[in-house]
Unconditional design. Sequence first.
Length: 719
Amino acid sequence: MASFQTEQMLSLPAELCSNNLELAEPAASLARGDTDPHPEAATEGPAPLPTRPPPQERPPRASTPECEVLLTQADALASGGRLREALEVYRQLSERQQLVAEQLEQLVRCLAEKVPQGEEPAPEPPDGSRGASCALAAEEAGAATAAEATEVWDGFKCRKCHGFLSDPVSLSCGHTFCKLCLERGRAADRRCALCGVKLSALMVATGRARGARRAGQQAPPPLRVNVVLSGLLGKLFPGPARASQLRHEGNRLYREHQVEAALLKYNEAVRLAPNDHLLYSNRSQIYFTLESHEDALHDAEIACKLRPMGFKETLERPHCSSQEAAAARGHRGSPMNLVPVKGDRRQDGPEEQDGAEEEAGGGAASPQAASSKAGKCQEKKRKRCQTEPQDPDVPRKASKPGPPAAPGARPALSVPLASFDASDLECSLCMRLFYEPVTTPCGHTFCLKCLERCLDHNAKCPLCKDGLSQCLASRKYSKNVIMEELIAKFLPEELKERRRLYEEEMEELSNLNKNVPIFVCTMAYPTVPCPLHIFEPCYRLMIRRCIETGTRQFGMCLGDPVKRFAEYGCILEIRNVQFFADGRSVVDSIGKRRFKVLHQGQRDGYNTADIEYIEDQKVQGEDCAELMGLHNCVYEQASSWFHSLKSSLKNRILNHFGPMPEKDADPQINPNGPAWCWWTLAVLPLESRAQLPFLAMRSLKDRLNGIRRVLAFISRNQN
């Protein structure tokens, strides 16, 4: 029954179900007799069979009334549970090219409703039908379903091969895969299988890299294993970790045509990791190469039970069953190449899946013989399926023996928490639990903030001293997804405490009255731009913290030989930051408010201060009228002085400080006084020490009188 249903699927064209059925595209490829994968999907096996060029997609013709009636009939049959008859009608529509994927919605919905939640045990084979190797497989199947078996957390599985992570490599986008999964396939235009980010810079230093060096091009960096994650997986799951290594060794032996030795490796791997569907699937292929079709079918069935939605295992099971039936009729021949069947994929797609299902490799048969056997096998399956009695129901999936699970329940997670220690996930820089972990190209993991602080001083890895200039240049740090999930799942309380400490630090840094960061450099004034060139590590850290906290503000003070910095200063607000590849940056800031220093301090190498903000004292009545007259008079005097300057000097002032602000209708509307006053003070040829008293004044009248005296003194000297 299972073979018949799969065969019905195989007979549908791939273009009909590519968006609806996971099995349709690879199954259709198998039905056409294409037993070899797409060239880009080649895995670790021997050279695959030649690939037949994919058929060109043709748009469906205009729908006819007869086809509409057939489509309605097919939908009705599917709704009534008569799926075999519905599939036959859909096939007729497909042959007339009157069917598109969107019209299979009813069929897909009915198939999904028919899949049962509860599962029945697989039927036992007749006595004596299995050999010694089959008995060994049955013993391993029992171990796979034992209640004590450790089910590897799904987060520890590679998203390309769906097996246990082996030599995990964390990419710059934050996702982690097996190293060999990343090394397989084309290096050009490689993209992450999860997020689609282009990873062309992460080519492996293989023959292509050596060729690039010979051509005078820069060789790509090799892929480095995530040190922390690799050690943790080996500690928590020694069995699956060792089994993954044995799987790769078995694949290597299979490529070298040492099939018996590869089988021994896989037998040992299955004993260590009895719940790994990939081991059974690959060993099924090895059995098939050895013409042990009964054992191959048994392993394929176990793989289907362990991963029911995996299209590769589902295809291998009817494939093995068909070959076994052919052998019983006396048609035993060379084993077919069972490299995973994949549908045609766009070469420039966002999710290239070369190696999405790791296989042991191809068989030793010649391409011509294998292709012939594949065609005959498929034809026999079609004829046999047409003579089988029809069953309107969908065949139920066979389950592993053992106590029935609750509907929809997943396998129990049994991670050895006794051996799980929070110290395994401590940052080597701050000696605290990883917070926002980031993995460098060299394979070391740090907290994001810790790594940024280290790069402020030296663009090298703090542990291995490998160059990290590319990280400094891009400044795009992606958090390691699997590390974050690991901490959140197994160390929730420690993570909660770590997050609390971080939030307290951010709250303290965002306080604009206590421990305000102070940049000791030059004079700054309210409303006046102040561009800064940042290159010292302590000020790199200070600017980054101002941006991270969201305040984007810091204080600017003059240096003082006695007190470290002046008693009065101005708060600057960051408008824009331009970073350079070597870590330097240019900060575009503007003055906001004046302040008085109450207490000085230091934090992580830069100065801080407790401050109070100062404002101008307002006047009323006759004093206000007198202030208005003085304001207008000094403005005209300052404007005349500026326009009397040489054109070259005037242009330099305009380029740096901008144009002179307009006169305010009410000079007291701004707590810091008119903007043109501060602009005039910034461009006047005065020493910084002479300008500092103006910043401390709280009387606008005194400030205007001071500016008038300075302008008069400068005008006399010019004349």
